[in-house]
Design a protein around this ligand. Structure first.
Ligand SMILES: C[S@@+](CC[C@H](N)C(=O)[O-])C[C@H]1O[C@@H](n2cnc3c(N)ncnc32)[C@H](O)[C@@H]1O
Length: 398
């Protein structure tokens, strides 16, 4: 059976995330580009369960051979929608540059396809409503949710890359409300210290997955836990979490956010241990963990590009932090499945002389055990338009 994932804003990260959980999910990627991933999957696998674990994919669905046959079998014969009109939408995805340019023509083709499906349904005595928006070739997740399209009908996708062309039926869209709820509604936020977007935190936790066994629960440690964004996502995926930070307020904030998740029934148990610790100080406790997933202190908040002098000053300030993190990772012997991972954000700075990447300086101790290139052909970076700091995600394993 073949399925498709439509990727979010940072396709390299989205593909790396899917690739890294592919073994535990019995999934095999057969095609990928900056828009989608096509994968082969065992027919017994729960596709939506896998999808809802991801932070970087916005849609998942089944690849089908013939849309009319699928509609006939699943919606007409089964009389699937008992009351009211069946609702459906059509989306076109293409990674071909030329097609992206011929938006108007494609919109026409899309409307034609919608009308043809509507007529097909009508010929089979099913009344339907074709939900479409005027400009976009893509039905947004918001519209799909708002109009209850997947509950009251279906979304058909035409997915094109080069000479490949796939038909897909959407099974689920990203829980964008859940991500935004945890981002904006949690009780403790610390904008000044910089908070990771929950979707990126989720991707990083998935990149830390080291087990091929889907029921194996990992222990994730964030030694710069701040208000706990990474730990929250780790807990939501069923992992155990350990959080430490130099700052007692951050420790309290993390605890508050975890308590809130329990109150909101997002998680059941307090699988978390938090304590105050300055990473530059010796760490004598010897506990087991599978992965360190973290965004360390990234330097002062920057509003505009910096000079080379300022860049060097920040690098000097951050060097001991990254050195201590490297040491901690190398020296700590805690191992459960015989492997440990480090998934870490390294800042890249916008200077007057262009982007400067201090990764090599920061991670020289860990150079030999970097595995980012084994998981992704491309750098794993996250930024927003106009940002001064780009987050570079690196993966190490020992
Ligand atoms: C960028 S924030 C982490 C944000 C976190 N990922 C979140 O989304 O809430 C960095 C954190 O590192 C902590 N920190 C700074 N220096 C530290 C040190 N030497 N040892 C441990 N934690 C430190 C800060 O208190 C801050 O909470």
């Amino acid at each position: 059976m073949k399925i498709f994932f439509i990727l979010g804003r940072k396709p390299s990260l989205s593909i790396a995330e899917i690739y890294n959980i592919s073994n535990r999910s019995n999934l095999h990627i057969i095609d990928s580009n900056e828009i989608f991933v096509i994968a082969e999957i065992n027919s017994e696998t729960n596709i939506t369960e896998i999808f809802y674990r991801l932070g970087g994919s916005v849609k998942v669905g089944l690849i089908i051979e013939d849309p009319y046959k699928y509609i006939e079998e699943n919606f007409i014969s089964k009389n699937a929608i008992k009351s009211g009109k069946l609702r459906f939408a059509v989306s076109f995805y293409s990674s071909n540059k030329l097609e992206i340019d011929s938006q108007k023509k494609q919109k026409k083709d899309q409307v034609k396809l919608g009308i043809s499906i509507k007529n097909f349904l009508k010929d089979n005595n099913v009344n339907s409503q074709f939900i479409t928006n005027n400009k976009d070739l893509i039905t947004s997740s918001v519209l799909i949710e708002k109009k209850k399209i997947l509950k009251r009908g279906f979304e058909l996708n035409l997915i094109k890359a080069g000479n490949s062309r796939y038909w897909g039926m959407t099974l689920a869209v990203q829980d964008f409300e859940g991500f935004s709820f945890r981002d904006y509604d949690r009780p403790a936020v610390n904008k000044q210290k910089g908070m990771l977007p929950p979707k990126l935190a989720r991707i990083m936790v998935n990149l830390a997955n080291i087990s091929d066994n889907s029921s194996y629960k990992q222990t994730i440690w964030d030694p710069f836990c701040g208000s706990g964004t990474i730990l929250m996502e780790a807990l939501l995926l069923g992992n155990s979490a350990i959080g430490s930070d130099i700052d007692q307020i951050s420790i309290d904030e993390t605890q508050k956010n975890v308590d809130w998740m329990i109150r909101k029934s997002l998680i059941k148990e307090q699988n978390v241990k938090v304590f105050k610790h300055d990473i530059r100080q010796p760490f004598n406790e010897n506990f087991n963990f599978d992965a360190i997933v973290t965004e360390p202190y990234l330097g002062p908040v920057l509003k505009s590009p910096i000079s080379i002098d300022e860049y060097e000053k920040i690098v000097t300030e951050l060097m001991p932090i990254y050195d201590s993190l490297s040491n901690l990772f190398i020296k700590n012997s805690g191992m459960i499945v015989g492997k440990n991972r480090l998934v870490v954000v390294i800042p890249i700075f916008k200077t007057f002389d262009g982007w400067k990447d201090p990764s090599d300086l920061f991670m020289k101790l860990l150079k030999k055990i970097e595995i980012t290139h084994k998981i992704s052909k491309y750098p794993l970076q996250w930024d927003r338009p106009g940002s001064i700091i780009r987050r570079n995600i690196k993966i190490f394993e020992k």
